[in-house]
Design a protein around this ligand. Structure first.
Ligand code: PEP
Length: 248
């Protein structure tokens, strides 16, 4: 993983098929922006395909989740961090809001996933963010602080977090620049106090990032990149977002 560039990472969610993935990754492989570190979080069945298709360039491939259980065992349906690393993944999303909502993932579960990822040399990207009622009642920083508390006691010198306000994911409603700047500054401050001053941080913004708003979002202080859902499924839109990445 490259820690001094802006990360433009796609999250395919439960989308894709072999033919579309191949087309999309081939188009992405031709992109040339030295300022961007490009990554794709793919569904489990497509990890090997994706790793194979990007092996001659610098795009990194990761998973959208991993098991709370380590290594291997009688856990039908689960996929361990060990297996992801074995397939050539470099990173894994942890605690995406859809996992928190539909699978009741809490800090206890998420910490196990983070520990498992780190044990396999996968970079966990911890997703945090408040719901609309939580923001409307002024609780957004308290909510994010509680989510970041999962990092307490970790011994790492690099950490990646995605700030994704739940109300902005897949809705077309983007947080405004002031909201993003304030939360990213807060996340930096929290991480430094939890993990120490020497930790290297990437804080990505996620939530309806598209070709039209990427330039503004990626120019906000302490926005170290973007986690992109819907727009990462279209090569042209994703390429336009990547074009706005800048060296910091
Ligand atoms: C996401 O799923 O992480 C996301 C940010 O989705 P979208 O870009 O579609 O809002």
């Amino acid at each position: 993983m490259i820690w001094h560039k802006q990360w433009i990472f796609g999250n395919w969610k439960m989308h894709g098929n072999l033919a579309d993935n191949a087309r999309l990754l081939q188009q992405l492989s031709t992109i040339n922006n030295n300022n961007a570190h490009i990554g794709i979080a793919a569904p489990f069945p497509y990890l090997l395909q994706a790793v194979d298709l990007v092996k001659n360039n610098s795009i990194v491939i990761g998973a959208e989740d991993c098991s709370r259980f380590a290594d291997k065992g009688a856990y039908t349906g689960e996929v361990s961090a060990t297996m992801l690393a074995d397939c050539g993944a470099d990173f894994v999303l942890i605690g995406h809001s859809e996992r928190r909502t539909y699978f009741n993932e809490n800090n206890e579960i998420l910490r196990k996933k983070i520990d498992n990822a780190l044990a396999c040399n996968l970079i966990p990207i911890l997703c945090v963010g408040e719901t609309l009622p939580q923001r409307q009642s002024g609780q957004e920083t308290a909510v994010v602080a509680e989510q970041l508390a999962v990092l307490q006691g970790l011994s790492v010198n690099h950490i990646a977090v995605a700030y994704e306000p739940v109300w902005a994911i897949g809705t077309g409603q983007v947080a405004n620049s002031e909201q993003i700047a304030a939360m990213h500054a807060f996340i930096y401050q929290e991480i430094l106090s939890i993990l120490g001053e020497n930790v290297t941080i990437r804080t990505l913004y996620g939530g309806s990032v598209n070709a039209n708003n990427a330039a503004e979002i990626l120019s906000i202080d302490k926005v170290d990149g973007a986690l992109v859902g819907g727009a990462s499924l279209k090569a042209d839109a994703f390429a336009e977002i990547i074009a706005h990445a800048k060296t910091e």
